[in-house]
Design a protein around this ligand. Structure first.
Ligand code: FES
Length: 619
């Protein structure tokens, strides 16, 4: 059987196979936030012709169904069919995405008194070429030279030996030996004027960022960023872990992320005329699931109680093992993780924030695809993951989307007319609403009386912006070809996410015997690291009501931390200290967490006294 597409393309579909899967097999990817379970309603296609079987879900309205719209993951062709992939359903990955605010990295490096101490050491050697008289083997020749220089006990891997002899001859026996602590020889390059570069990677569940660094002086040569193509298999780590357990799932996920990284590397190297062999070391940071998948380690135990990962501290494997497009022998350092749901990206970000060095009590939050928080100072650190879910990235929200062109990112509502004014990324026609837009929307609706303290629409208000839709009441932000709305169910999901974040913060700080007022500094990193409106997030009740001057935005702190680790042995050690020192708290089994969470399921909170600035505004 075949599926014909409006583009003229035709693809095969097996009996009993869903349209979503058939498309995926042919490398046509739809937005499938729930991983194909029929619960996100994002994989919409219209059937133009042919017989099929479909499961009816509440995710489609009657009018959608009348138009022949179905969910691709729940629809199974029974003969040749023709379909149209709807606007907004096609997944666009590999787009260039806006990069987090780029800091002055070398200033930061200096402020951490980091001295450049690279993983790879170099030794310039001039070997006497072999002759009939001096006929010892190439390896013995190298060892003899090392002996003369007093270097003992060097180890030589099979990988090293297989390329050593050719390299020695190519460079006319004037070589540069690269080795790592052990000592272990890793590769041979030309004797003089070698370019030495490094790669830093932040593997986010949603986005990937790379830095290519000149290791001689720590200068940033260039950056690259893209969406993580694993999004094809689901938005959050749980759907990815489930996919990894399917037949070839782990491999597919691994290949997807490595291909993303490699294509970024290739673009940057080509632009700057850098040979891949010159990238002599790499550092990666990701959450625990991303780090496991990157190394091809099965993440399945991460989601099974008692939630134990295969490794938190990873050995320094080689780039060839990871299939990275850099020098095959380059050592790859992985930022250590703390637990199944607090990974190396958080450790990396905390290193960049310097909170582990200061006496003041600081809160570090990374609200991206999930929500991780840490509280502490130079004496102690405590951390938790608060299962906020990926709704601020658009998942599970009817018209939710990531912060890309077309996303409503800021909203004001007129308190008299209830008419909204929108600011849209790229100043174009809105196609959805992103995380910061959602926070704005709910806090504005709350302040203007469109929703009550429970996040329910106040039915009595007089405006045609409020209407009853297929999923209950909804507020229409934009009227057009495709109306953009926020439903009561959406608001409920966002409130759950914000309650989880607030409850997590509140519980962590209580756990160490302090109150929220003792937090002297708040670092915001990750997806919201650049554009979270603090006032609105306080009105929503997502973050504590603390003075604005306490907040610091770090942008993508995880990639900053990988940069630091690439350059400095001392800072790699510090990252390991952070990971070891952090006490992990499992919130899902804490009764107190449930109490805190329930109290936070209001706008801004059941105890308005905790939010004095909001109380004042309401008055
Ligand atoms: S509803 Fe089809 S992928 Fe989520």
């Amino acid at each position: 059987m075949n599926i014909s597409l409006t583009t003229g393309k035709s693809i095969s579909v097996a009996k009993g196979e869903s349209i979503l899967n058939a498309l995926k097999r042919h490398e046509i990817y739809l937005v499938s936030s729930c991983g194909g379970k029929g619960t996100c309603g994002k994989c919409r296609v219209r059937i133009l012709d042919g017989k099929y079987k479909t499961t009816v879900t509440g995710k489609l309205s009657q009018s959608d169904r009348d138009k022949g719209i179905v969910l691709a993951c729940q629809t199974f062709p029974e003969q040749d069919i023709a379909i149209e992939i709807l606007e907004g359903s096609k997944l666009v990955v590999g787009d260039k995405i806006a990069l987090a605010k780029s800091k002055d990295l070398s200033e930061l490096f200096k402020s951490l008194d980091g001295e450049i101490a690279l993983v790879v050491k170099r030794l310039e050697l001039e070997l006497p070429p072999p002759t009939i008289e001096d006929h010892i083997s190439d390896l013995e020749r190298l060892k003899r030279e090392l002996d003369i220089r007093g270097i003992k006990g060097m180890r030589f891997s099979h990988g090293f030996l297989s390329s050593m002899s050719d390299a020695m001859r190519n460079y006319d026996w004037k070589i540069n030996l690269a080795y790592v602590d052990g000592p272990e020889a890793i590769f041979v390059s030309a004797g003089k004027d070698i370019a030495r570069c490094g790669l830093a990677v932040d593997i986010g569940t949603t986005t990937i960022v790379i830095y290519i660094i000149d290791l001689s002086d720590g200068k940033l040569i260039d950056v690259g960023s893209t969406y993580n193509s694993q999004i094809r298999y689901g938005d959050d780590v749980i759907t990815r872990i489930i996919y990894a357990t399917e037949s070839n799932g782990l491999n597919e996920l691994r290949e997807a992320v490595v291909e993303d990284i490699n294509s970024l590397i290739e673009t940057v190297l080509e632009k700057h005329h850098i040979q891949r062999e010159c990238i002599e070391s790499a550092v990666i940071a990701g959450n625990t699931t991303m780090s496991h998948i990157f190394w091809g380690l099965d993440p399945k135990h991460i989601r099974e109680e008692p939630y134990i990962p295969t490794a938190n501290f990873f050995p320094m494997w080689r780039a060839g093992t990871a299939k990275l497009y850099i020098n095959n022998q380059a050592p790859v350092y992985t930022l250590p993780c703390v637990a199944s749901y607090v990974g190396g990206d958080i450790v990396s970000g905390m290193l960049a924030s310097k909170m582990h060095r200061n006496p003041e009590i600081a809160l570090f939050m990374d609200i991206g695809t999930n929500g991780e928080i840490a509280v502490g100072n130079k004496e102690w650190l405590i951390t938790a993951a608060c299962s906020a879910g990926p709704c601020f990235e658009g998942s599970g929200i009817k018209h939710g989307m990531r912060a890309t062109e077309g996303a409503i990112e800021a909203i004001k509502i007129d308190p008299k007319t209830f008419e909204p004014s929108l600011s849209v990324i790229g100043n174009t026609t809105p196609t959805g609403i992103c995380g910061s837009g959602m926070i704005d929307a709910i806090s504005e609706m709350f302040l203007t009386g469109v929703v009550d303290q429970k996040g329910k629409f106040v039915r009595e208000i007089k405006t045609d912006r409020l209407r009853e839709g297929d999923e209950g009441f909804e507020y229409v932000f934009y009227k057009g070809n495709k109306d953009i709305v926020l439903t009561e169910v959406d608001i409920e999901n966002i409130m759950r996410a914000k309650a989880a974040v607030y409850a997590g913060i509140s519980l962590l700080i209580k756990e160490v015997g302090f109150g929220l007022e003792s937090i002297e500094r708040i670092y915001i990193a990750g997806g919201f690291g650049n554009y979270l409106n603090v006032d609105k997030a306080i009105i929503l009740g997502m973050i504590p009501d603390l003075p604005k001057e306490k907040f610091r935005f770090l942008g993508n702190a995880s990639i900053t931390g990988t940069y630091l680790c690439l350059l400095s042995e001392k800072l790699r050690k510090e990252a390991e200290e952070i990971a070891k020192k952090m006490t992990y708290m499992e919130l899902s089994v804490s009764r107190n967490f449930m109490d805190e969470y329930m109290s936070a399921l209001f706008l801004p909170h059941t105890n308005i006294g905790l939010f004095p600035s909001v109380e004042k505004l309401l008055k």
